[in-house]
Design a binder for this molecule. Structure first.
Ligand code: NIG
Ligand code: FE
Length: 415
């Protein structure tokens, strides 16, 4: 890779590299230490060196770098990472939303045939190419909002063939958008209503027929399940996770959304992440603090359902990590605006700016086991976003209204 071109970007009025921040625990804002008039020297897709712009000029000139000089004020930070979405779907659930606001609960709507099953029906009636197109459209909207890595789950197919269709759509969408899509198999989202058998039998079929195909076709390395009343119990999921783990899949869990229980499974299986946690109490928080599992708060689901947030402050104080993701999906979290939701969670849960920004960058990347992104430092992917302005505190203060003016993905300006 001798000829990989160099590029020098800057000066960036305030550059938040996030490079010295810890992987877990609370973070005081003093630790942010923005670099004034920072420069980023990139080599191809990666960051080669970071420092004061004026100190990088000589080296960049010697390396025959392309110069991208900024004359306006910008705040720079790593590209955002959304570690939990369901953006591969068809249809809308505006009806569910109206019903919930009129007094029905999420679980009641699911029991009467709406909810996830409604989206399953619509997604099954959508072709692979249409599903790919819808996923690309949503991913591109996320790119404009500064999201340069997006996890995307299946889970609206709920049969071997339809789950494969979803995961193939996600794979094809990944080739048609500049952002990186990281797929997860959520075939254990709920017991399909047209399945004539027990939950145990369904999970066994997934184990024997779906997971090996996912490996052969290299469609995903990640397996998720919804542990909740009306979905799957901890006891039902344990053998499924054990088999998936033996096959080499990483585990992630939808846990403690309405009732506690799933987080203990996440800890027992040393899952990469445990997501939702709105119903977690002291016991679950302590359990998570003694593990390496990364809690993922999903404020978009709380806003969509009109319920409380995950106990983000208490989790950090207990010493866990904390990622914040959008959960963008047609049912519980239709908004799909990661930055707005993270800002609102921060205001409600009293999270420092450093904690919120870490939760949507490197801590989210770690929840996806992506150690190559989320900080602006040498060796990391050159994924970064530039907001207009000269005070980084404006990013959360404007609660999502301040959008990045420029988005760089893998060393290329994409928006
Ligand atoms: O993360 N909790 C379960 N799954 C999704 C919602 C899916 C849906 O309602 O369509 C979630 O909130
Ligand atoms: Fe979800």
């Amino acid at each position: 890779m001798k000829d990989t071109p160099f590029l020098l970007l800057g000066p960036i009025r305030q550059l938040l590299t996030l490079s010295n921040l810890p992987d877990r625990g609370g973070i005081a804002d003093d630790a942010l230490m923005p670099l004034t008039n920072g420069g980023i020297l990139m080599r191809g897709e990666h960051i080669y060196r970071v420092g004061p712009f004026c100190e990088l000029v000589a080296e960049a000139t010697a390396l025959q770098a392309t110069f991208v000089e900024l004359s306006d004020d910008f705040i720079g930070m790593p590209g955002l990472v959304d570690a939990h979405t369901h953006i591969c779907f068809a249809g809308s659930r505006a009806g569910d939303y109206a019903l919930r606001n009129a007094g029905k609960t999420y679980l009641e709507i699911a029991q009467t045939g709406g909810g996830i099953w409604d989206t399953v029906t619509q997604t099954r009636h959508t072709t692979l190419s249409d599903l790919t197109r819808l996923t690309v459209q949503r991913a591109n909207r996320h790119v404009r909002d500064g999201v340069t890595t997006i996890e995307v789950k299946s889970g609206y197919g709920l049969s071997i063939a339809e789950e494969l269709k979803m995961l193939r759509a996600i794979e094809q969408a990944n080739g048609q958008t500049v952002t990186d899509l990281i797929s997860t198999c959520l075939a254990a989202h709920m017991l399909p209503k047209d399945y004539h058998g027990t939950a145990e039998r369904y999970l066994q079929e997934l184990t024997e027929e779906l997971l090996p195909t996912l490996q052969t076709e290299q469609l995903t390395q990640r397996v998720d399940a919804f542990i909740e009343q009306g979905a799957f119990s901890a006891e039902q999921i344990a053998p499924y996770f054990a088999a998936a783990q033996r096959m080499g899949f990483s585990i992630t869990v939808h846990a403690d959304q309405f009732h506690p229980g799933g987080s203990a499974v996440a800890v027992a299986f040393e899952a990469l992440s445990v997501d939702h946690l709105e119903a977690s109490g002291d016991h679950e928080i302590q359990l998570l603090a003694q593990s390496r599992v990364i809690p993922v708060a999903l404020p978009g689901a709380s806003l969509g359902l009109g319920c409380g947030f995950a106990p983000a402050r208490r989790l950090l104080d207990a010493g866990t990590s904390l990622a914040i993701a959008s959960d963008w999906n047609p049912g519980s979290a239709p908004m799909g605006d990661l930055l707005a939701q993270a800002a609102i969670l921060g205001a409600s849960e009293k999270l420092t700016t450093a904690e919120v920004l870490s939760g949507i960058t490197f801590r989210a990347a770690l929840a996806l086991n992506c150690t190559d992104r989320g900080k602006i430092q040498a060796g990391m992917l050159a994924d970064l976003i530039l907001f207009p302005g000269n005070d980084y505190r404006e990013i959360l203060y404007q609660q999502g209204r301040l959008k990045p003016q420029h988005v760089w993905k893998r060393g290329t300006l994409v928006g």
